[in-house]
Write a protein that binds this ligand. Sequence first.
Ligand SMILES: NC(=O)C1=CN([C@@H]2O[C@H](COP(=O)(O)OP(=O)(O)OC[C@H]3O[C@@H](n4cnc5c(N)ncnc54)[C@H](O)[C@@H]3O)[C@@H](O)[C@H]2O)C=CC1
Ligand SMILES: CC(C)CC(=O)C(=O)O
Length: 364
Amino acid sequence: MEIFKYMKEYDYEQLVFCQDEESGLKAIIAIHDTTLGPALGGTRMWTYASEDEAIEDALRLSKGMTYKNAAAGLNLGGGKTVIIGDPKTEKNEEMFRAFGRYIQGLNGRYITAEDVGTTVHDMDTIHEETDYVTGISPAFGSSGNPSPVTAYGVYRGMKAAAMEAFGSDSLEGKVIAVQGVGNVAYNLCKHLHEEGAQLIVTDINKEAVNRAVENFGAKAVETEEIYAVDCDIYAPCALGATINDDTIPQIKAKVIAGAANNQLKEARHGDIIHEMGIVYTPDYVINAGGVINVADELYGYNYDRAMKRVEGLYDTCTRVFEIARRDNIPTYMAADRMAEERIEKMRKTKSTFIQNEHHILSRR
Ligand SMILES: NC(=O)C1=CN([C@@H]2O[C@H](COP(=O)(O)OP(=O)(O)OC[C@H]3O[C@@H](n4cnc5c(N)ncnc54)[C@H](O)[C@@H]3O)[C@@H](O)[C@H]2O)C=CC1
Ligand SMILES: CC(C)CC(=O)C(=O)O
């Protein structure tokens, strides 16, 4: 992989490689853009097939965080970490302490939180070394696990998408196919079940599937069957790139709205589903609940304030649909336009010189 070429193409600021032999830490912190503020984004631990795959994931996810934070109206830039390793067998305390020291070394340019493969406990361990971590235990005055809040935001965004596609935001009786029933999707299924939706679920983890079947009366299907099921809404809630050349021809849903990051394998897949008349709720807009929640910690965490903001994701998604209709463009492009406009305005504002009293002239 030609790293600098890639970084230049998408205007990345910084890539940090963190290594600690004793603990087995191999982490990559990617900081995409800090125009709006310090980069905030979670830490993913995953068994990557190669180092290139891990680097690419960190880069793509951190850029997604720039857009997510901008679209959500947060004064934060975009960053993300990936740790190479199996979260079930290769974690240890020293690893997260070593990683915490690397974050501290960035002196606030990057703030972390949970993502796939990491937990509140891991964040607490990082917190032993640095304050630049969110989503730690509520006992520390923090917001805890972001997943239930992400799920609530996805639920709100899904309702906005239903309004756009079906003319009503009620999900009662709607058939919803959920791919991956992990931390976020389990909580999403709860909201959907309470509203009377019929759920079809799949997961590579059979226990996760059984939990959804038992608690929400969901119908289980094999992992490869989920795309082709008869449903109103497809909710991708596992990993990215599931909207691609192989899956698009199978999809019967009129709406795609889910928690996963980087759902479109390539931008052109967003064009194809747009032409098919599918209402696609851009991933980084609908799944911003978690980051909105942890970002509230920067002001002294207040649950009600954070939830009110997450509730507003309904309006943010509606705004994206409006821009898409107004400019006759796919929704993924409308979301990018919305985020980029905000960053560009701030970039221009920032270029105005502000006396910060950092040099001696202001003091003599
Ligand atoms: N946790 C959060 O607050 C946020 C999560 N996200 C994104 O949402 C997605 C889900 O996150 P979490 O629920 O936290 O992760 P998780 O790891 O708890 O859940 C993901 C689930 O997907 C399953 N899975 C993996 N590959 C699969 C496949 N090929 N087919 C079916 N199931 C598969 C896993 O077994 C797991 O149960 C991720 O893409 C994450 O980046 C985005 C924003 C915030
Ligand atoms: C889990 C969140 C708190 C942040 C993040 O990394 C995301 O939204 O993808």
